[in-house]
Design a protein around this ligand. Structure first.
Ligand code: ADP
Length: 400
């Protein structure tokens, strides 16, 4: 069955058409600048070069219709008609406490997702527009919602509550939700498979280190803690997000720099993280790594602070699970940056953990980087959120 996987952002739409029998990607692409001047479709059929089409996309409906045209195009299409799309799987960012698993989309689900809009005002409305556009253009084709938050719903209350007046939780839904759940679930399961361990007896810490970054503690197949919170701002230092900080800093900086609350939040989301720590050098870890190698203070400062924070979370989650069998690195930085992996693991000798620097040199592939005698196994497992969404979609449409 062909599954169309859709990930709608506020002004973008990423897609992949996956053949679920072979798990091969038949075509993939991206619509950029939806609703903005200069919108374009980047479309890549498997085995061919990418095709870039600059064309107006006033809304997500137009974007979805252009994607369907590209997939069925007589020259560069990969299917002969829309009837060859068996189902559509949507990435939905926030499922609040309503969704602890993926679901087939119906009117009730749409209403419940809409009720989570206030928790993710930039993302959930875009996801709903994408679903609506697909409903109109492919009536009758089953659609599923796969939530970024769902995997983390197994966290116990002690892990998801903040030290705030309890009624903020009951009245305003203020709690830790966590994100990147599809990735944490996919990667933790794959790690158990690689190590030939049963998920039911396995303690793993997953470090999803991309532009956005989060760590999760997964015990016996269930998430017991994760570093992102009510929003993706909490936890690790990221490309441009600050991660954890003293909340009093917000008022202090607003006063010092004469900024509004909104301005400070923008700084924390867009101008902080390794971009901020490197004095504005870059949010891209390749640039920071180069500066580090050249002995520049900006690079050293950013990487030292970044890896120290990740190592502290690993320590905390080892305590939360009373031990750890494996640590897994994934996403852009986790899969491709040997220096960051080595710096983080350098703090973990107390766990009896050691890595093989030869294996650690490998990038972007599944590899065990711990030394044979390491008590805790360390793996690199490339994440594949689109494939995870396609698998979930097949499971649901088959009645699973
Ligand atoms: P997201 O999905 O959060 O946008 P990704 O998981 O795609 O992010 O990760 C993107 C980040 O990965 C980039 O910002 C870049 O810093 C980092 N990255 C990609 N390739 C490499 C590499 N070869 N070495 C180091 N970092 C890399």
């Amino acid at each position: 069955m062909n599954i169309l996987v859709i990930n709608c952002g506020s002004s973008s739409l990423k897609f992949q058409l996956i053949d679920s029998d072979t798990e091969q990607v038949k075509a993939k692409g991206l619509c950029e600048r939806i609703g903005i001047d200069g919108s374009r479709l980047v479309y890549t059929p498997a085995g061919k070069d990418k095709i870039v089409t600059e064309t107006p996309m006033p809304d997500h409906s137009k974007a979805v219709s252009l994607v369907l045209d590209a997939l069925t195009d007589s020259e560069n299409g990969v299917i002969s008609g829309l009837s060859e799309i068996g189902a559509v799987g949507h990435r939905v960012v926030h499922g609040g406490e309503k969704f602890s698993t993926s679901v087939i989309i119906d009117d009730e689900v749409l209403k419940a997702v809409e009720e989570c809009n206030d928790l993710a005002p930039l993302h959930n409305p875009a996801n709903l527009i994408g679903i609506d556009a697909c409903t109109k253009l492919m009536p009758g084709v089953p659609q599923t919602a796969v939530f970024d938050t769902a995997f983390h719903q197994t966290m116990p209350e002690k892990a998801f509550l903040y030290g705030l007046p309890y009624r903020y939780y009951t009245d305003h839904k203020v709690r830790r939700y966590g994100f990147h759940g599809t990735s944490h679930s996919f990667v933790s399961r794959r790690a158990a498979e690689i190590l030939n361990r049963s998920c039911d007896d396995f303690k793993v810490i997953v470090c999803h280190l991309g532009n956005g970054a989060s760590v999760s503690a997964v015990m016996n197949g269930k998430c017991v803690d994760t570093s992102m919170g009510l929003t993706p701002l909490e936890g690790l230092i990221m490309g441009t997000r600050s991660g954890d900080l003293d909340p009093a800093i917000i008022e202090y900086i607003a006063n010092c720099e004469k900024l509004s609350l909104g301005d400070v939040m923008k700084v924390l989301n867009k101008e902080s993280g390794v971009l901020g720590l490197s004095g504005g050098l870059s949010s891209d870890f390749r640039d920071i790594g180069k500066a580090y190698d050249e002995g520049k203070a900006e690079g050293r400062r950013a990487f030292d602070t970044y890896s120290y924070r990740v190592a502290k979370y690993i320590g905390a989650y080892t305590a939360a699970m009373n031990g750890v069998d494996a640590i897994v690195f994934t996403a852009g930085v986790g899969e491709n940056d040997p220096l960051i992996r080595s710096m983080i693991c350098g703090y973990l000798g107390y766990l009896g953990l050691s890595i093989d620097e030869n294996e650690n040199r490998k990038r972007g592939e599944e590899v065990q980087i711990s030394s044979p005698d390491s008590k805790v196994k360390v793996l690199v497992v490339p994440t594949n959120e689109e494939l995870a969404i396609a698998r979930e979609t097949v499971r649901l449409v088959n009645g699973g």
